[in-house]
Design a protein around this ligand. Structure first.
Ligand SMILES: *[C@@H]1O[C@H](CO)[C@@H](O)[C@H](O)[C@H]1NC(C)=O
Ligand SMILES: *[C@@H]1O[C@H](CO)[C@@H](O)[C@H](O)[C@H]1NC(C)=O
Ligand SMILES: *[C@@H]1O[C@H](CO)[C@@H](O)[C@H](O)[C@H]1NC(C)=O
Ligand SMILES: *[C@@H]1O[C@H](CO)[C@@H](O)[C@H](O)[C@H]1NC(C)=O
Ligand SMILES: *[C@@H]1O[C@H](CO)[C@@H](O)[C@H](O)[C@H]1NC(C)=O
Ligand SMILES: *[C@@H]1O[C@H](CO)[C@@H](O)[C@H](O)[C@H]1NC(C)=O
Ligand SMILES: *[C@@H]1O[C@H](CO)[C@@H](O)[C@H](O)[C@H]1NC(C)=O
Ligand SMILES: *[C@@H]1O[C@H](CO)[C@@H](O)[C@H](O)[C@H]1NC(C)=O
Ligand SMILES: [Zn+2]
Length: 902
């Protein structure tokens, strides 16, 4: 089913929609049913190219005399195009939207099926998009090996063959690959059989089984000579693992993990994985971290392949998550696909969220999923307090806007949205709804309405929401607009009634937009019954009437606290009346069990109070009163959040105030530091993996604020393990922390030592670790050497290290201003070298430090004419303005409160 114009009206309610639609979406007169694709690949020192033919079966839905499809960067043999007995009158090309339009001699008749045949060729490109070439050097022979592999998502299939390159045009595919016998061919489906090429000696054609109805962005193939490290049969699926020969004899986590993840998802979704095989393919060059192509999942070798002793917990978690995420896509995205890229979140949100769930199921002690959720919450609350935030479901017009939609933001807010539904509906109704959504829409396309409908049905059936409640109206308020509400809760301690209202939360006051509102599910927890697992909504704050008075059946006594939004299941901030805040703060400070308040709520209370103080709804005296409870806080998540909100402010302080701030931080971290073993002994007594994140946090912060003997311990760790020339033994999880401290307190010798480690690092994972630590040096003349080196490098993994180190340096007072100058001077080079995402991260860190209006102007002046900086600059300027306002309106309140607490 495909009615894009109606979808368009539903989504945008704009008369403009028609006009815009006609520009960038394919016409809907023709329905592609099946592709017969033949690709002959040439791969030797002199030739890296392909030639192909495609036969597309087209069903006519409306009579038409032309055929529009996507083609980009292909040489099409125009005199070899055929459409049954018809002929081609004229060919038109629209470069903006990659349209290739065939005007036919005669009209195509409704309901008939025609066959369009086209022949084409192109060089394998080196842009890591479309059908591209990659290479590796054999360790033994030193020979260079080429391989060819695809990356079609989101809009690059059109660079490999003429096609209807939008996700809604699902078709079946018969793929036949031709190549020299020295190579192997892979595609989504297994090989049925091969035969000799009709005239090229030593070449063969291999036919792959027919692929089920699939969107073009998920089609994949490769011609390569990598080796299969392991074949695993599991649950009727054959897994193979392709990599460079030098890697095959080591153990790789993804070999064993993939079958487990597939088994878990099949069970959870009650829907079998529909293909017989999955190839996991480690591409030596890959544009992204990984790609979920059906049956042929590709990974970025640089990110995934490093020895266990080089790895550290953070990198391990992030790779495990990427794997879990790609497998969740086999259901969310591959089986059930969004109608168009405006609803990208419909595949990225669930895949991210279910990725977190599977991590915690496979390895509950590590609590990786939970940490990712806490990180996403922190990012979301920070990003969406700016007016530059965008809705996750939004119109995207051309290829570049489509690509830009693949932002961390869409993944993270998408995941938080799915989590909200899960918490709101509970396991039973949620999974029932998800299963029905997947089952009903398998091999079809959907928009967010389809998800809401399945969940609505399940929720009503399980009596979570009443029949007449519209989940779709409620959820649209979260996905079709950006930002989030601040809900104010005022208790009447006599009548025990609660009154609530909502307004959009901005960190900067001049953004007031009162008409915005959300459907906010309300669930309360009270002190005497601190059940933070009860996350079904007890009531709703509605939209557009944003006020409500409420009487809870189980209302709290005047002397107990009330907390809204257990587990921060929904993404909004809460402000309470004075008395309730006081009850919460007293309880956290006095009860060793912290009142049974959930750790995500503890983190959020800190975050909310800090945000409310910065817009003067609350004050910093209260924030510092709350922060006192941290001496009882055993968990990483609240500590991390507290540290993050305080450091945001640290960047804006100078001189005496900055000193006082450091004293406060020292006092804050000192008792925490003393709870843990000394860093110097960590190689002798390595902590278990689940303790690593907390320990990294404790040592990083303690060394940074010169707590106790932290820096001495860091030196001991490095010197004791470094003495006989082996570095590998510095416990891999802590060496960057220790080196950072060493550099921060050291001179040229230490810097050169680390720079040598960076330059001799065996792989990108190691390089990244050293690069981050290099950003800790306080001496710019040393740091500059590294900046020059990485910025000039043609090797992407090395130049990426520039971003890591610069971000670290910008967070440190000693280096921030000179590094910022360097960034501005080299802006043009940066804009050519790095992605918007990287530029944004650097610029946001940089803008977070600006204390003077002149600096802001300088930033604007230097970057405003560089197109790649347009988006990042907008966000950075907004942040800088917010900070400026904070300095004028809040800093004295903050300093006063700080002084009372040291
Ligand atoms: C490389 O491949 C091309 C195209 O198949 C062929 O014409 C050429 O002879 C090959 N070169 C070598 C050195 O094998
Ligand atoms: C055919 O061309 C007309 C006019 O150029 C255009 O409006 C229409 O969308 C095209 N139809 C197809 C199927 O390409
Ligand atoms: C091998 O791949 C790298 C990375 O894409 C590229 O820079 C280099 O030019 C390639 N080498 C050859 C000989 O094509
Ligand atoms: C596609 O391949 C299948 C075998 O997997 C074959 O049965 C079918 O006839 C092929 N379809 C076309 C249109 O060639
Ligand atoms: C919400 O309630 C609080 C407390 O009664 C009040 O100060 C605030 O102005 C109200 N906000 C809105 C948008 O009505
Ligand atoms: C901070 O807010 C609390 C609660 O509203 C109030 O009691 C206190 O006087 C305020 N302190 C300052 C310094 O403004
Ligand atoms: C270096 O470390 C290794 C492994 O711990 C040890 O066996 C060796 O004796 C050490 N060498 C020196 C010179 O201390
Ligand atoms: C780095 O490059 C800049 C500009 O090209 C130059 O002025 C500076 O001397 C270089 N610094 C080092 C340490 O190489
Ligand atoms: Zn994804």
């Amino acid at each position: 089913m495909f009615f894009p114009k109606e979808v368009c009206i539903l989504l945008y309610l704009s008369p403009l929609c028609w006009a815009i639609y006609d520009h960038y979406r394919l016409p809907t007169a023709l329905l592609p049913l099946h592709y017969d694709l033949r690709i002959l690949t040439h791969l030797n020192e002199t030739h890296q190219s392909f030639e192909g033919s495609v036969k597309i079966e087209l069903q006519v839905r409306e009579k038409t005399q032309n055929i529009t499809l996507h083609v980009k960067n292909l040489r099409v043999h125009e005199d070899h195009i055929s459409v049954n007995e018809n002929c081609i009158e004229k060919i038109e090309v629209n470069e903006e939207y990659d349209f290739y339009i065939l005007h036919l001699c005669r009209e195509l008749k409704v309901k008939n099926v025609y066959q369009l045949e086209m022949h084409f060729e192109a060089n394998l490109n080196s842009s890591e998009l479309g059908y591209y070439k990659s290479n590796y050097t054999d360790m033994d022979t030193k020979e260079l090996h080429y391989l060819a592999i695809t990356q079609f998502s989101p809009t690059f299939a059109r660079q490999a063959f003429p096609c209807f390159d939008e996700p809604s045009w699902k078709s079946t595919f018969n793929i036949t690959l031709g190549f020299h016998k020295n190579y192997s061919g892979l595609s989504n489906m297994p090989v049925l059989g091969c035969e000799d090429h009709e005239n090229l000696e030593h070449y063969i054609w291999c036919h792959h089984a027919k692929l089920l109805r699939t969107s073009t962005y998920l089609v994949a193939y490769s011609v390569h000579d990598l080796q299969n490290a392991a074949t695993i049969e599991s649950g009727g699926v054959t897994f193979r693992n392709w990599m460079q020969p030098k890697f095959v004899n080591q153990e790789w986590f993804f070999v064993q993990m993939a079958p487990k993840v597939v088994a878990y998802f099949q069970e959870l979704f009650r829907l079998s994985f529909p293909l017989d095989k999955i190839d996991q393919f480690m591409a030596p060059q890959h544009r992204f971290s990984a790609m979920e192509n059906w049956g042929l999942i590709t990974y970025n070798e640089i990110k995934f392949m490093f020895k266990p002793e080089d790895s550290w917990e953070e990198m391990g978690s992030s790779n495990a998550l990427t794997l879990a995420h790609e497998y969740a896509h086999q259901w969310f995205g591959n089986m059930v696909t969004m109608e168009f890229w405006n609803d990208l979140w419909l595949k990225e949100g669930p895949s991210t969220y279910f990725g977190y769930l599977v991590l915690d199921v496979l390895d509950p002690t590590l609590a990786r999923g939970e940490r990712f959720i806490a990180r996403d919450l922190a990012n979301f609350f920070s990003k969406d307090s700016a007016s530059s935030a965008l809705a996750i479901s939004k119109e995207v017009k051309g290829p570049s806007q489509i690509l830009a939609q693949f932002s961390e933001y869409v993944y993270q807010k998408g995941s938080l949205t799915i989590r909200m539904l899960h918490k709101m509906l509970g396991d039973e109704a949620f999974f029932q709804g998800i299963r029905s959504y997947l089952g009903k829409n398998s091999f079809e396309n959907v928009d967010q309405q389809d998800l809401w409908e399945s969940l609505q049905e399940a929720a009503v059936e399980n009596q979570i929401i009443p029949k007449n409640f519209s989940l779709s109206r409620a959820m649209d308020s979260w996905t079709l607009q950006s930002g989030y509400p601040l809900v104010t809760v005022i208790r009447d301690y006599q009548s025990r009634k609660i009154s609530l209202n909502q307004t959009r939360f901005y960190l900067r006051a001049d953004n007031e937009n009162t008409s915005t509102c959300w459907w906010v599910p309300l669930s309360f927890v009270r002190q005497k019954l601190p059940d933070f697992e009860q996350t079904h909504p007890q009531s709703w704050l509605e939209c557009p009437d944003s006020k409500k008075e409420l009487e809870l059946t189980d209302s709290a006594n005047p002397n107990e606290w009330l907390i809204l939004n257990p587990q921060v299941n929904t993404i909004f901030r809460v402000n309470y009346d004075d008395e309730n805040w006081k009850l919460i703060i007293d309880c956290l400070n006095n009860d060793p069990k912290l009142g049974g308040i959930h750790k995500l709520n503890r983190a959020q209370l800190l975050d909310d109070l800090a945000a409310l103080a910065s817009v003067r709804i609350r004050n910093y005296t209260q924030l510092f009163d709350l922060l006192k409870y941290l001496r009882n806080e055993p968990e990483l998540l609240p500590w991390q959040r507290a540290s993050a909100v305080l450091k945001r402010i640290e960047a804006l302080l100078e001189g005496q105030e900055a000193n006082e701030f450091r004293i406060y931080m020292q006092q804050l971290f000192s008792p925490l530091y003393q709870r843990f073993p000394k860093l110097g002994g960590i190689s002798r007594l390595p902590p278990s993996l689940n303790e690593v994140p907390m320990l990294r946090f404790v040592y990083t912060e303690s060394c940074r604020y010169l707590v106790d003997d932290c820096n001495l311990q860091a030196r001991i760790l490095i010197r004791s393990t470094h003495r006989n020339g082996t570095v590998a033994k510095v416990s891999s999880n802590f060496r960057d922390v220790a080196y950072c401290s060493l550099l921060e307190n050291g001179g040229a010798t230490e810097f050169q030592e680390l720079l040598a480690l960076f330059q001799n690092a065996e792989n990108a994972a190691q390089q990244r670790i050293w690069a981050t630590a290099l950003g800790c040096t306080p001496k710019f003349f040393l740091f500059q050497q590294f900046l020059n080196l990485t910025l000039q490098s043609e090797e992407k993994p090395i130049s990426d290290c520039y971003i890591l180190a610069v971000n670290e340096a910008l967070k440190r007072k000693s280096l921030a201003s000179e590094t910022a100058k360097h960034v501005l001077t080299e802006a043009k080079t940066l804009s050519e070298k790095f992605k918007t995402k990287d530029l944004t991260s650097v610029l946001m860190t940089l803008a977070g430090n600006l204390r003077k209006p002149e600096e802001l102007e300088e930033l604007n002046k230097r970057l405003k004419d560089i197109q790649q900086f347009e988006e990042p600059l907008k966000k950075a300027l907004e942040l800088a303005k917010t900070n400026r306002q904070w300095q004028m309106e809040c800093s004295s309140d903050f300093i006063q409160a700080l002084r009372n607490n040291i």
